[in-house]
Ligand binder design. Structure first.
Ligand code: NDP
Length: 496
């Protein structure tokens, strides 16, 4: 498979095929690609997990799941039936190295049936505890490296990639120093597959008006918010161990910071783009204990208005100190951003689901006009709405019609929906297709993962070593602890 070339044939092996991610995201994404003729001509899926299914039982299950998880407008019974016929199942325990001796001939046989290309993509949708062993066991049976001119092996690894710096380094050692080359590894963060997240790049680098003011001279501070109104659903076992910092901040939120803060890449290719992202992570000002105490607020939702407390959720310890909310102030030590705080905020059981970046520009040097409203905007705002109502809003002051010279805030509001139906481009579909094409631009590189963990691991260690450090309760359905409001009030501001 050359970069950006679709192979003639491909087998996608999904480890964790009986799980939630496969059911809700991967299979629907693959179906969408199939429906739009974007999969290789000869394509098969091999689902792998310990649960015993025959091929037919697994196909039946996938069929029902597709009807449930695909949007009604995308359901096409005939297409679903033909897609499902591409799916096969292989029951095995991925933690047992001997099982790979059985997997290898099964995979080869399937490959021979569809074109003998020996192109395989392995998707790791298992518990993270297996992320380290699967590549090694694949390597043991020679399923890791391309053999001669034909065949290419790629591996997609789900988040979280590592639990802290040490485990991320260990994983990286296994992946790109031992079992696979860096260009075969696709560490997925589905945020980067979102159309609106990619549009941050277009907004910044396809226009000239923003770039001259996109720096410490004109920007006062930046807010990055990604909150949701749901709890942890059925994922208590995973979440209680991980917490919000690992689940959301170390990957999604910091990606949004990096896309906002990065320098323009010299070209839009995987190396240049990821070089610039990595530089942002490396420039994050290291957090001292004082910073952790003063600039990171963690919270946990409590019962409110019929909503359960976090500690009452299934598979959560009744005395859990896991954070379901985090707000923090971070800074970036480079010429562009020195002195500009980035405030980030994420939480579960908030009043609504919203992801957005708000760039607050500095006010004019002095106020020339009266304000027509109490909250007079003396500064411009650029809001990049990632979801919902995807769009971009520029707020600025304008004269109130009539006598006098009062100024009020108005908005130029661009909504993606005005372009017609928003492409139902699913983030997973986009990223899986990129992997098929061999394009790793939107996947996280090893140096970026390490730099992020290097930045956040002291926080995790501090919390572990200081169990008395505050964890504020907030009623489910509210905007988090008031201490988070106080954090941003230092800036004489409120969360947008
Ligand atoms: P599930 O627990 O629902 O599924 C795990 C899968 O792994 C099952 O198919 C399970 O099947 C299989 N498995 C194989 N070996 C083991 C083992 N030793 N112990 C437990 N399960 C095993 O997890 P999810 O699908 O939710 O998540 C999979 C991965 O994707 C996780 O790492 C998660 O962090 C990540 N992820 C999930 C998201 C989601 O929305 N669900 C979102 C983003 C990332 P069987 O028991 O049959 O072997």
């Amino acid at each position: 498979m050359d970069v950006k070339m679709k192979p003639q044939s491909l087998v996608m092996v999904i480890f964790g095929a009986s799980g939630d991610l496969t059911r809700r995201k991967l299979i629907p994404a693959l179906y969408l690609l199939y429906k739009h003729n974007r999969l290789p001509e000869n394509f098969a899926i091999l689902g792998v997990a310990r649960t015993a299914f025959t091929d037919d039982e697994f196909r039946e299950r996938i069929h029902l799941q597709l009807l449930r998880f695909v949007k009604p407008e995308d359901v096409n019974e005939e297409k679903i039936r033909s897609f499902v016929s591409l799916i096969n199942y292989f029951p095995m325990d991925p933690a047992d190295p001997d099982e790979y001796l059985r997997l290898q001939p099964r995979l080869l046989k399937l490959d021979q049936m569809i074109g003998n290309g020996e192109n395989y993509i392995y998707y790791l949708a298992t518990p993270p505890s297996l992320y380290g062993v699967i590549p090694q066991y694949l390597k043991n049976v020679g399923l890791n490296l391309s053999k001669g001119p034909k065949g290419n092996k790629r591996i997609i690894v789900e988040k979280p990639f590592g639990y802290d710096l040490e485990s991320a380094l260990e994983l990286n050692n296994i992946y790109y120093k031992d079992a696979f080359r860096e260009d075969q590894i696709f560490r997925i963060d589905h945020y980067l597959g979102k159309e609106t997240v990619q549009n941050i790049l277009a907004l910044r680098f396809a226009n000239t008006v923003f770039e001259p003011v996109w720096n410490r001279n004109y920007i006062d501070y930046v807010e990055v918010t990604a909150v949701e109104n749901m709890g942890i659903e059925q994922r208590g076992g995973y979440f209680d161990d991980a917490g919000t910092l690992r689940d959301m901040v170390q990957n999604h939120l910091i990606q949004l910071v990096a896309l906002t803060a990065m320098e323009p890449p010299t070209a839009f290719n995987p190396d240049s783009f990821r070089d610039e992202l990595a530089k942002v992570y490396q420039s994050l000002t290291p957090l001292t204990e004082k910073d952790i105490n003063q600039h990171i607020i963690r919270g946990q939702y409590t019962a409110s208005e019929g909503r359960k407390a976090y500690r009452e959720e299934k598979d959560v310890a009744p005395d859990s100190r896991t954070e379901t909310f985090l707000a923090m102030k971070l800074s970036i030590s480079n010429w562009r951003w020195s002195g500009v705080p980035f405030y980030i905020r994420t939480g579960k059981q908030m009043p609504t689901k919203v992801s957005e970046i708000v760039v607050h520009f500095k006010p004019t040097p002095f106020p020339l006009f009266n304000c027509a409203e109490r909250t007079c905007p003396t500064a411009n705002l650029l809001i990049i709405r990632i979801q919902p109502n995807e769009g971009i809003v520029l707020k600025f002051g304008l004269k109130v019609p009539g006598s006098g010279f009062d100024v009020k805030q108005v908005a130029m509001d661009f909504s993606y929906s005005s372009l017609g139906p928003i492409p139902t481009e699913d983030a997973y579909a986009r990223l899986i297709e990129d992997c098929i094409l061999g394009d790793s631009t939107l996947f996280t590189r090893s140096d970026a993962v390490e730099a992020c963990w290097k930045y956040f691991t002291p926080v995790l260690e501090y919390w572990k070593n200081h169990p008395e450090s505050p964890l504020y309760g907030y009623p489910a359905g509210t905007w988090g602890p008031r201490e988070a409001d106080m954090l941003i009030q230092e800036q004489n501001a409120e969360w947008s």
